[in-house]
Design a protein. Structure first.
Length: 60
């Protein structure tokens, strides 16, 4: 996950009034994911449990 400008291939989703750009290569994985904003970044977890990152780190 990174801050970036949109390009013509990206899909734009709105989550809690925030535009989220999704790369077409990962779009098929997003339906089951939850993005959490934590103090120093973001974590991503599955709606069914598990995921990457922690309250201190996050995905890079």
């Amino acid at each position: 996950m990174t801050l970036d400008e949109s390009n013509e291939d990206d899909k734009t989703l709105v989550a809690n009034e925030i535009d989220v750009l999704v790369d077409p290569q990962v779009e098929r994985f997003i339906d089951d994911q939850v993005i959490h904003f934590v103090q120093d970044g973001f974590t991503i977890s599955s709606k069914n449990g598990g995921g990457c990152g922690s309250s201190c780190g996050g995905c890079s």
